[in-house]
Design a protein around this ligand. Sequence first.
Ligand code: FAD
Length: 377
Amino acid sequence: MMYDYLIVGAGISGCVIAERVANILNKKVLIIDSRNHIGGNCYDYLDENGILVHKYGPHIFHTKSKLVFDYISKFTEWEVYFHRVLANVDGIDIPVPFNFDAIYKVFPPKLANEIESKLLEKYSYGQKIPILELRKSSDPLLKFLYEYIYEKIFLNYTIKQWHLSPDEIDESITGRIPVYLSRDDRYFQDKYQAMPKDGYTAIFNKMIAHPNIELKLNMRLSDIENEISYDKLIYTGKIDEFFDYKYGELPYRSLDFKLEVYEIEFYQKVAQNNFPNNFDFTRITEFKHFYKRKINNNTIVAKEYPTQHIIGQNEAYYPIINNENKILYDKYINEAKQLENVYFIGRLAEYMYYNMDETFLSALKLFDILKENNVTH
Ligand SMILES: Cc1cc2nc3c(=O)[nH]c(=O)nc-3n(C[C@H](O)[C@H](O)[C@H](O)COP(=O)(O)OP(=O)(O)OC[C@H]3O[C@@H](n4cnc5c(N)ncnc54)[C@H](O)[C@@H]3O)c2cc1C
């Protein structure tokens, strides 16, 4: 069988390329996935109570990019949803990111007021200050605030999540933890933040419903590469796996999700509760909060336990990005650059922590390159 494109992986990256090259370039596409469903890590399904469950962890859509929002809106309507996260610290639920309300919840009023004034003296209202910046401050109050957040919110959560001390992790990850000088208790401030009306899987189904696109599930690249011919390969799996781990494994963190069903209306106040210091799980997600629809008196929650990634035993979720691993990745990408008509894209192939909008954007950019090449050839 002859295809213009073979696409490995039916997550965001694979589905965007499939949809674009089929619709815009009128190319014939085979898209395969080793899993028994499409959608990659964004896959969701309706459970027996009619609750949309995110199989690979909670996925909250948010973006500043109108381009991305408009593109996805071709395949879905949206429901307004603002994500709110509470962290349980010494038995008190405080907003995440740590904001002015959090300061007043954990400190006595006089101290809270002094900290708030000091922050506003140095920074502007509405700014997000990475806690690593507070560490550098010579002001004793700001240093005290840094130490509090570091000890109570950041340190143990990070160790649970990564099984590494914060110093061993790239600042692109640790630098994400801010103090938010605001009373806005939403987790994200992006212009576009919402839940797809019928969930994420419905989006991917629509994207690849095209006569030029053939889908084969439960199929790895190695099962099929010698049986078909194709002009171009789009690979969205792990880049180290593609090269048979010849330079060694790129490390990942994995997660174990324990689902629990309760015969109550709601289990917790918001969709996500973090537990920085207690228990072995990092967070509990209650999926029912994502949509405003009326569902019966049952609810389902996922407790999330970070674990070591072992090939063949669990999923590779978060790349462990540090200098050593970046050097290893460079060896693979240099080899990849030698290949003609093979493109590596997505969080696994690029060894990147990409949010969904970044993944969409990166795939749309690759499509622009493919389109350009298509015209010149
Ligand atoms: C726990 C978790 C929570 C997240 N929450 C959010 C969030 O709230 N908001 C947000 O914006 N982003 C979130 N993300 C990020 C989001 O999941 C990614 O941006 C997105 O899934 C990346 O899409 P992708 O297509 O690159 O990769 P994937 O979704 O991983 O898809 C790759 C696909 O390729 C298949 N595959 C791999 N190798 C092969 C092979 N050799 N043969 C056949 N098939 C193969 C895999 O089975 C998979 O289906 C989260 C990520 C994680 C891990």
